[in-house]
Write a protein that binds this ligand. Sequence first.
Ligand code: P1T
Length: 384
Amino acid sequence: MKFNSKVIHGGQMHDPSTGAVMPPIYQTSTYAQSSPGKHKGYEYSRAANPTRTALENAFAVLENGTHAFAFASGLAAVDCVLRVLKPGDEVIAGDDLYGGSYRMFTKLFQQYGLRFSYVDMNDPKNVVNAITDKTRLIWIETPTNPLMKIADIEEITQQVKLVSNSILVAVDNTFATPYLQRPLDLGVDIVMHSATKYLGGHSDLVMGALMVKNEALAKELHFIQFAAGAIAGPMDAFLALRGVKTLHVRMERHCKNGKAVAEYLVKHPKVKEVYYPGLENHPNHEIAKKQMDDFGGMVSFKLKDESKEATFTFLENTKVFTLAESLGGVESLVNHPVTMTHASIPEEERLKIGITDSLIRLSVGIEDIDDLIEDLEQALDATT
Ligand code: P1T
């Protein structure tokens, strides 16, 4: 099936007991057994639940994987991947990451003996040069949150696997979604999502996902999910499955609106810099063009007046864009990374890569573009 059909039908079947076209919300923790160990494939909902299974089947198909796992949050999915590693193992991650991933690496897992290094993944050589005999995982986020940097997934994966086949490569595909790029097809081992964002698409749930195409790795991740317990509940699984069925039509509009907003901002006299991989002057525009089918709905920018006052005036004055954390819902959001999503990154670290007080991040929704531009215009006007 083509992608646009897979989002609706992929991995789905009518409910075997009733023929229900949509999988019911199996709001149950446990399942009757006729004799100890004799059951219909479900024992206890931490291990598996039919509503979650329906969603996980859909997730696997979307990323061209064989297995998927739905978690209580995106960070629970990241946590599951890190639990594959052992004390002393090293992780190479990009230098621009969602603040919560960075916080998990530095504040939670470092104390258990994992080591993390952060490199600019714009150049695959930086990744290869950071590899040691202890390296076990490469963590790629592309496009990055919030600076919209692009890493060449295929090139990095090929070069890493040449050095050692036992190094896992994982991609956080939250910003792009499988509508725009499918990392498993490019050779990576694990795809991770904050399904809270575009996969769910309606800002009404918090969820994470992992997708893989390797049986042994799938077993290991499922064991960790089962043993650690951070599963997605049946109600959220139902909502996410409902959301995912419109991923393609939502993404089409997110991309169109995102591009229009980026092009509007670039021409605006009060705007200093726009970060959007679809712009020809983006440093990795060529890689983005090769790797992605379009450029998505996330746009970051800085005002020429980089004072905190001007930035906050803009943030306080948008009306259609709601000032809130998160992204990827149908409604437009605006975010101030320094005080909101990336507050956990020490100032010194964030300044090194350009996350300044003046950085503003937009999650461009699927409203009418005229209303979005008008809103940005009046909020920019307010900054004088
Ligand atoms: O929030 P949660 O579902 O746990 O997902 C964490 C996460 C992981 N990876 C990326 C790229 C993310 O953007 C996120 C969550 N990000 C936000 C809440 C945000 O506003 O950036």
